[in-house]
Design a protein around this ligand. Sequence first.
Ligand code: PNS
Length: 165
Amino acid sequence: MKRAVYPGSFDPVTKGHLDIITRAAALVDELVVGVLNNNAKSPLFSVEERVNMIKDVTEDLPNVRVEAFSGLSVDFVKKCQASFIVRGLRAVTDFEYELQMAQTNRSIDHDIDTIFFTTELNYAYISSTIAKEVAFYGGDISGFVPEKIMERVLRRAAAARQREN
Ligand code: PNS
C-alpha cells in the first residue's frame, strides 16, 4: 500500500492546503493528513478543531485520513507505515525552509522521502496566517478557506479581536 503523510499546522486548513490534499490523494492509496499538536505556536484553533475542520472539507475524499500528532513528523510517518511526506511549495520564499526540513527529515530517517507539490497559482499567496489576519479584521476570506469552515474561522477571529480590545 502506497501511503503518504501531509504534516502541517493547518490553523486553519486553507484552499491551498485542500488543493494539495486532493492532488496528493490522487497519487497514493492513502493520504494521512497529520495535524501538529503544538501549543507553542498559540494556535487559533485547538488540534481537535483543526482535525475536525480538515475532516469536514475532505469528506468526499475516501482515501484521506486525518490525525493529530505530537513530536517529530518522521516518527508519525513511521507510525502510519508511510514512506513519503507531502508538502506544498507556494513560492521561492518557501524553498529554503522546506529544503532544510526535507533534508533534516531524511537525515533522521533515510527511508522517508519528501514530495513537493507546487501550489496552484491562484492559491500561491494564501496562507493560514493571512487568512487569520484578514478574518481578524472582518475581511472577506471566501477566497482563502473552504466555504464549509469559513463561518468557524470568522467567528473565532472575531472573538480573538474582541478579547484584544
Ligand atoms: O504548516 P507548517 O507549520 O508549515 O508545518 C510545519 C511542520 C508541522 C511540518 C513542521 O514544523 C514539523 O514537521 N514539525 C514537527 C517537528 C519535526 O519533525 N521537526 C523536524 C523537521 S524541521
